[in-house]
Ligand binder design. Sequence first.
Ligand SMILES: Nc1ncnc2c1ncn2[C@@H]1O[C@H](COP(=O)(O)OP(=O)(O)OP(=O)(O)O)[C@@H](O)[C@H]1O
Ligand SMILES: [Mg+2]
Length: 238
Amino acid sequence: MLELIGLSLHFGALKVLDGLDLTVERGEVLGVLGPNGAGKTTLFNVIVGVHAPNAGRVLFEGRDLGAMRMWHRCRVGIGRTFQVPRPFSDMTVFDNVLTSAVHGGGLSLAEGRRQAEEALDSAGLTHRIGQRAGNLPLLDLKRLELAKAIACRPRLLLLDEIAGGLTDRECEVLLGILRSLHGQGMTIVWIEHVMHALRGVASRLAVLHGGRIISTGSPDDVLADPRVHEIYLGDAAA
Ligand SMILES: Nc1ncnc2c1ncn2[C@@H]1O[C@H](COP(=O)(O)OP(=O)(O)OP(=O)(O)O)[C@@H](O)[C@H]1O
Ligand SMILES: [Mg+2]
């Protein structure tokens, strides 16, 4: 579904991505790990067109996205959530999601309303529909991020640390929502530090380090990989 070929990106002298290759299969949930500052969010930003890579290609469903603009990438089927939730705080929850469906997804107002209602239902946020988005507790802010993304009807969903900061119980709620989206056929790439959350749904893991994917495979294989222990889990174990 998604092919990243030889992606490189640098900010001045800082090489964040350095010839990165990664393939995402339709229907899978791929978990992406990597230390702080490894370039995980930057990788998403290249996929969705925030940054143009210095080298390499992004292919989505066989199509080279080249210089395609961000809004267009959303409309061809790539949705994303942000590591730091960014609601329009003074607007209601419903209007936030409607704005996403209409401006991001390119839907008519009538279809946008229908999609917004459906997305809020899928994200378990219907009870907050008329509330001001700026007043939401963290779990509901995460649900809103998710609702905004799925209201655009993506086939590929990119999640950036959506479980970060949640309690174990809140994490379980979120996992239930993600499992259900996956069950409906959504392909998901999920950047996450919360390992037990990732293991609860990811069928494959990929570890980003030094600008490349240094290990990928089943969660058990990747977590047993000595290179992963050294660069990532070593700190946690210590
Ligand atoms: N727009 C930018 N301009 C300059 N440097 C940037 C920019 N965006 C990110 N960086 C730098 O690129 C590196 C990778 O950042 P990125 O946010 O992608 O890391 P990350 O893997 O998502 O980290 P975290 O786990 O903390 O979210 C960092 O050193 C960061 O400071
Ligand atoms: Mg990040």
